[in-house]
Design a protein around this ligand. Structure first.
Ligand SMILES: Nc1ncnc2c1ncn2[C@@H]1O[C@H](COP(=O)(O)OP(=O)(O)OP(=O)(O)O)[C@@H](O)[C@H]1O
Ligand SMILES: [Mg+2]
Length: 243
């Protein structure tokens, strides 16, 4: 079976500076794949380019289609969705209207089902549906950003640092929901600095450094890798070197 998303030898530059250099990755159906890496590694750049926000060199295939000629709208219609790093909600609009914006291109009946689905994943959003997005807590705002991305019933949800700035108990909540999405048939591409949480939930992982993938494999093996443990999981076994 071919992968849902397949990215081959992708290069992305800001002017003359290459931020992503020759990266290849796959996400299968019903899979959670994580990209971990330090600040500035190129994770956000890669997700933005896959979404069509930034131009890239290389080949990107999604759901059997070459994405080279597809703009952002077409990619959304094909089933690709991104929750950006800074959530980008409309602060002066309420929860329901923010969700409605995620459904603007789908039929009314489908939108009703999407609301139901999102509210059952995030009951907190239903309780607060008339509250202005700008007054929600950080965790609620992340739920709303995810909910909005789910309104169009994507096949693949890309999440850029969903745990950023959130308390551990809320992070656990968000990650539980990511697991539920996989169970519901949505694949997830998860960019995280919280490597511990990401590796626990993911099926496979890629480690990104300075615009390149330096390691990839089953998340469970990556979590056991000495170099990853020392650099990203914040511990080092006695008598072992970090490299
Ligand atoms: N608009 C831009 N113009 C120029 N350079 C940029 C731009 N956006 C990002 N960069 C550079 O590209 C590199 C990768 O940045 P990117 O935001 O993709 O990293 P990241 O892995 O998402 O980091 P973080 O974990 O801090 O979010 C960095 O060196 C960054 O300074
Ligand atoms: Mg980033």
């Amino acid at each position: 079976m071919s992968a849902l998303l397949s990215v081959s030898d992708v290069h992305i530059a800001y002017g003359k500076v290459e931020a992503v250099r020759g990266v290849s990755l796959e996400v299968g159906e019903n899979e959670i794949v994580t990209i971990i890496g330090a600040n500035g590694a190129g994770k956000t750049t890669l997700l933005n380019a896959v979404m069509g926000i930034l131009p890239l060199k290389g080949r990107t295939m999604f759901a059997g289609k070459d994405m080279a000629t597809l703009d952002i709208e077409d990619r959304v219609a094909a089933g690709l969705s991104l929750v950006p790093e800074h959530r980008e909600l409309f602060a002066t609009m309420n929860v329901e209207d923010n969700l409605q914006l995620g459904a603007f291109r789908i039929a009314k009946a489908t939108a009703a089902r999407s609301f139901e689905r999102v509210y059952s994943l995030f009951p907190r959003l239903q309780e607060r549906r008339k509250q202005l997005a700008g007054t929600l807590s950080g965790g609620e705002q992340q739920m709303l950003a995810m909910g909005r991305a789910l309104m169009g019933a994507p096949k693949l949800l890309m999440l850029d640092e969903p745990s950023l700035g959130l308390a551990p108990i809320i992070v656990a909540d968000i990650f539980r929901t990511i697991g539920e999405l996989r169970a519901a048939g949505v694949s997830v591409l998860l960019v995280e600095q919280n490597a511990q949480a990401a590796l626990q939930i993911a099926d496979r992982a890629y480690v990104m450094e300075l615009g390149e993938f330096v390691l990839s494999g089953a998340a469970r093996d990556i979590a056991r890798n000495q170099r990853v443990a020392a650099s990203y999981l914040g511990f080092q076994h006695e008598g072992e070197s970090a490299v």
